[in-house]
Design a binder for this molecule. Sequence first.
Ligand code: BGC
Length: 730
Amino acid sequence: MLYKKEVTITRLIKPAFLLGLIILMASYSSPAQKIDPDSQTETSIDSLLNLMTIEEKIGMIHASSSFTSGGVERLGIPELVMSDGPHGVRDEHGRDWAPDNASDDFVTYLPTGITLASTWNKELGYKFGAVLGSEAKARGKDIILGPGVNIIRTPLNGRNFEYMSEDPYLTSQMAVGYIHGVQDQDISACVKHFVANNQETDRDKVNVVVSERALREIYLPAFKASVVEGKVNSVMGAYNKLRGQYCAHNQYLVNNILKTEYQFPGILISDWAAVHDTWEALVFGTDIEMGTDLTMMPDADYNKFFLADSALAMIKRGEVDEKYVNDKVRRILRVMYKTKMFSGRTQGERNTKEHQQVARKVAEEGMVLLQNNEFLPLSTKLYKTIAVIGHNASRKHATEGGSSQVKALYEITPLEGITNQVGTNAKITYAEGYKPSRDNSVDKKLAREALEMAAGADVVIFVGGWIHNFDLSVWGKDAYDAEGIDKSNLKLMYGQEDLINEIAKVNPNLVVVIMGGSNVEMANWMGNVKAILQAWYPGMEGGNALANILFGKVSPSGKLPMTFANSHTDYPAHAIGEYPGIDLQEKYKDGIFVGYRYFEKEMITTLFPFGYGLSYTNFAFTDIDVKKEGDHVVVACTITNNGKMEGAEVAQLYIHAINPRIERPLKELKGFEKVWMKPGQSKRVSFSLDKQSFSYFGEVELGWKLDPGSYEIQIGNSSADIRLKETIVL
Ligand code: BGC
């Protein structure tokens, strides 16, 4: 049966009145809780809790359908309605798992998380979140299950496309904007997956053993920022274990760090089926249990969840104090009040032109130009026959990848985008060239056709890379950017490498566009092609955005949020790792040296460094100014567009500790600003660094430490291209 939120809203009119009365009465009773500044809300929650039976409270802390947790109809407390996912509101399921194909659930399909992070544009993070929040509201949802902020530790992770970066600061900044965007619409964001869910292999079993320093400096910052700066309403507990205990009920992570240190007032929702024990879930901080295996069965019995009947029995037997349940229900009610679930929530909007423009803008700013031998942008004055080659040129990706799947209102493929752009100014031809196949075999006929077409064209645009189909039985293990599975390596599949090299022989005017959630190996072919553009999964407007970049309507401005190394074996998780774990134990031996922190330390040559991305114009960095203001360090510099085209540059600020007392990364990103400039225009950008920017986490002191000494402030347009430096003594 189709579940419709509208029904709940109507049902709420009377109870909303009742709640108003409770608020009024309660304002004369008990004092407010400390955790929430809104004392009136806390008082009304107290009153509501007093009216509830233990059975009703228990009903609220576990799932009541595939994507809802229970309400209390008698008191006008609605169910909480959740939906995936990070880049669009998921298709409608009703209350079970069967897609409801008949319903009107088409939405804006935004570019995936890694594309958003590649924009390095915090404002776009906000706009992205606002689209999601508004569309979730229009679809009757209360919580959108995103952003995904797990650190990209290995390029093989099947869900990297949903995540943001190898760097905790970039991830934090983009996540905070996203969360504000969602929550300003009175919809809750749910930052996930807390924590160290950095691979899909054995994700529900693997025990991650990580040093306290790496946990604090690399894996936790985005969650902390989401809570402290983003004021996120909910957090999703990950599947894996951390130091021997499942993350969704991990005393240290949830109670000590999240709820006590970070003072998180919201809801810890388990990932779907991530709860394993009633007592632990009751006492170690899980607030809502979702998705426990039963939901996969047609007659899911939600009373069998860990936080259902067995929890009730434990409370009744006096084995666990009811205060634990009260705290969970309090948190849920707090979020319900905050997101106006009882009254006053406005209508959302869906599939508007503005939303589609945000999708296009993120795609345009997120694509990263990796190589350009003075070839792009293309001109239809020069090239009259354009051959578009590759399966990904005509493939749609929205409905793929696992839980983040989206039913896009439309999805402009690269071929459609290029065709729209070129119009009658040139002739477009298309050949598929290669095709995903289960056994990774090469379709020689397709390759032959493509080569013939390439030979007869003035220029070739090859669009290849990964797909993210979820159906193991069809595509075989290696085809994926998908939930539940990691890739085995970064090699281009289905003969794409050979095809690129063969095309280059018959037509050297070759541009390669790579789609996917992380990088591919390029060493065997990059020298033979004129230009390479990383397009990720660019959402419903991806094809138009791609064409705007290829034909120079827009100058590329994306920067890599992860290092592109030669092969996956170069990454620290693999080189010293122990990815994917030994007997389900995985020691993160790479410690804090993840991504560029590792490549720089070990002086390993990469294909393209973190923060890298070319433009059609060029920028000068001048006039660095560093000064202390109170307990902050204020840094400024000037950026000038010296080229002939409007474009954007990202000023990236890294800190380098000179002669540190303990080993530190050679550089750490601590600030970035993206600025758009017309030709000849200059802009001053400034950064304010606080103590935290210079601190590390001391394993001995178990706290953040700022050592006195000299620090170099470095500003550049990639981690490997530092243009300005100045030393400051603290
Ligand atoms: C995923 C979550 C997702 C949930 C609900 C889980 O398998 O890990 O990210 O939100 O399913 O679909």
